[in-house]
Design a binder for this molecule. Sequence first.
Ligand code: URA
Length: 211
Amino acid sequence: MAADDIHLVSHPLVQHKLSLMRDRERSTKGFRELLNEIGMLLCYEVTRDLPLEMVDIETPIAPMKAPQIAGKKLTLAPILRAGVGFLDGMLALIPSARVAHIGLYRDPNTLEAVEYYFKAPQDLSDRTVILMDPMLATGNSACAAASLLKARGARDIRFVCLLAAPEGIAQFRKLHGDIPIWTAAVDERLNDHGYIVPGLGDAGDRMFGTK
Ligand code: URA
């Protein structure tokens, strides 16, 4: 994958909201709302180059040819559980999208991704799939999720996250160099527990008020 296949979303609204999310004092409610809002903004960026086709419509004044998104409905694929935080925001912009749920948890000792659930539309080969997880840390979950989608025929996959670690980007590039990445920031590194530094902590726990 070429370096420019990492799309750093530097829009001030995204950067401002991300800083609010990083603040350890942010409430569960606030964190969830911000993730949802950033999901919407990232959705706008990741769909920027979707192909359009011209269709015949009639305005109240005259017939015309107007652009609409070509092809089959998109599939949104959140990695459970934190990826769900992006879903409502993305569905607000693409309300007829299909949804694939990918259940993976991180083994706390090995940091490997363990699959516990996978349910996706049948015909992934004809659809653009937006794979999403707020944190690209070791890259293990994102790589496992991308492999599951490819095994079901997906060919056009785009990965969206909020924060990425250089280690996660390297791992993802190594195994899935064909999949471009959209992220709001690339942080310094991972710590010994596989958390992104400075990061924002455990996205799932902060979203759902667990811990
Ligand atoms: N998952 C998280 O939620 N946070 C991290 O920093 C790394 C992985």
